[in-house]
Design a protein around this ligand. Structure first.
Ligand code: GDP
Ligand code: IMO
Ligand code: MG
Length: 439
């Protein structure tokens, strides 16, 4: 059976974890294919509330194979903490597999992440500080350390020596930071390797075999398309290689493009962004604080980052960017999240075009300067005041909310098959099957 990819259509935090947790029941393999601990996926289900950074959101079902693919960069300490937390809370992690080809976040990556941000000064990206970016830089520079290296007690010291000698020269002379200690890192990472070894596997072959047996595979994206290295708001993007857009999924897990036939685009009913960079529909008025605190939606779901706790920037839904990312990813189904959060506004706005130098445009300019000068052109729609968090049928939504959803559907140019009206697993209106009816 062809695989399905779930991607973020905005700047991340659209609710991908929540959407994957809902649909994982229909799949046998759930796999992450890109990013690192910079990702933060919040899931609320029958087992409680969880923040996952590396473990795929299928882990709660117990009978699913969960894979951290070759395209992910792994912070072993963070992963082990995540696994302990899941264990303590009664979640079985025995079926988690980690690719031996995945790269490892090393101590110098965190040093370089913060030093680079300091050097950028006023142009800082606002990274998560997790060392994820520098780990991807090293992957591309062919000086990365992979999971296969840290689990190989014989060869690891030699590889570490080679890379650390180089990195210490960079850290001390370029960044003027203290050198890192070989013995300390060797001991720490050898211990990490020992603890992770039971999960480490050639996941490429395992996923390929599952695919050829006809099993349903779900590929869980991280971040959002507008943070993508090639297609996002460069340089205010993340460094994932493979891409965070759907085209990266095959590379990051070891499948060819013909193995994937459905792409679920997760879009929040408004925009959020963490960190710096252009955001044409950003709000700074009282609507911003209302939206940031979760609007009139389910209490306790305010917009603060899952990974860093930073307040998320908020704004009205950007239909120009939504159409751009829908086409970029080949979206076949949309999951629209947090519709409940828009409850209580007198009216709601959707950006349908921009004005740039007195011209109307409907594309994202490549130039950062132009992207920062875009003036949104809005359509204003009537708001609604009824609580929608208990609605499970489209027809039971207030007419104004349905009108809002339909307008977004036209702009995104793909069917909205799921509308999430709360953070809990079953707080959703499902109008069509995201698997294209084959289940
Ligand atoms: P991800 O990174 O795309 O998985 O998204 P995050 O988990 O970082 O951020 C999404 C936030 O919205 C989390 O706090 C979720 O619990 C919450 N959430 C997801 N769907 C809904 C929804 O429909 N309504 C409300 N109120 N919260 C939601
Ligand atoms: P999920 O999977 C939101 C942002 C950071 C920063 C930029 C670069 O939860 O949607 P990095 O640490 O990657 O070098 O930071 O990218 N960023 C995210 N924002 N959600 C994410 O992941 C993000 N991953 C990275 O805030 O602006
Ligand atoms: Mg997140």
């Amino acid at each position: 059976m062809p695989a399905v990819v779930v991607i973020g259509g905005q700047w991340g935090d659209e609710g991908k974890g929540r959407v994957v947790d809902f649909h994982a029941r229909y799949c046998s393999v759930i796999a992450r294919y890109s990013a690192g601990t910079n990702a933060g996926h919040t899931i609320i289900n029958n087992k409680g509330k969880f923040a996952l950074h590396l473990v795929p959101a299928g882990i709660f079902y117990g009978d699913k194979t969960c894979v951290i693919g070759n395209g992910v960069v792994i912070d072993p300490d963070g992963l082990l903490t995540e696994l302990s937390m899941l264990h303590e809370r009664g979640v079985d992690t025995a079926r988690l597999l980690i690719s031996n080809r995945a790269h490892v976040i090393m101590p110098w990556h965190r040093v370089i992440d913060s030093a680079d941000e300091e050097l950028r000064g006023g142009n800082a990206i606002g990274t998560t500080g997790t060392g994820t970016g520098p780990a991807f830089h090293d992957k591309v520079a062919r000086i990365g350390i992979r999971v296969a290296d840290i689990v190989d007690q014989q060869r690891f010291p030699e590889r570490l020596r080679e890379v650390l000698d180089y990195k210490n020269r960079v850290i001390t002379s370029l960044y003027q930071r203290p050198a890192l200690d070989f013995d300390e890192i060797l001991a720490e990472y050898t211990a990490f390797g020992d603890r992770l070894r039971p999960h480490v596997a050639d996941t490429t072959s395992i996923v390929q075999e599952a695919h050829w047996r006809g099993e349903q595979i779900l590929l869980e994206g991280a971040q959002g398309s507008l943070l993508d290295l090639d297609s996002g708001t460069y340089p205010y993007v993340t460094s994932s290689v493979p891409a965070s857009v759907a085209s990266g999924a095959g590379i990051g897990i070891g499948l060819g493009p013909t193995a994937i036939d459905r792409v679920v685009g997760v879009y929040k009913a408004y925009q959020t962004r963490v960190g710096n960079g252009p955001m044409p529909t950003e709000l700074f008025d009282e609507n911003a604080s209302t939206l940031r605190e979760g609007g009139g939606g389910v209490p306790g779901t305010a917009e603060y980052g899952t990974t860093t706790g930073r307040a998320r920037r908020v704004g009205w839904f950007d239909g120009v960017l939504a159409r751009y990312t829908s086409r970029l990813n080949g979206v076949t189904s949309v999951a629209l999240t947090r519709l409940d959060s828009l409850t209580g506004f007198d009216s709601v706005k959707i950006c349908v075009a921009y004005e740039l130098d007195e011209e109307r445009i409907t594309t994202l300019p490549a130039s950062l300067d132009d992207a920062q000068r875009l003036v949104p052109i809005y359509e204003e729609l009537p708001g609604w005041s009824q609580d929608v968090s208990d609605v499970r049928n489209l027809g039971d939504l207030p007419a104004e909310a349905r009108q809002y959803v339909r307008r977004i559907e036209q702009l995104v140019d793909a069917p909205i098959d799921m509308i999430s009206v709360g953070p809990q697993r079953d707080q959703a209106i499902v109008t069509r099957d995201i698997f294209g009816g084959r289940l």
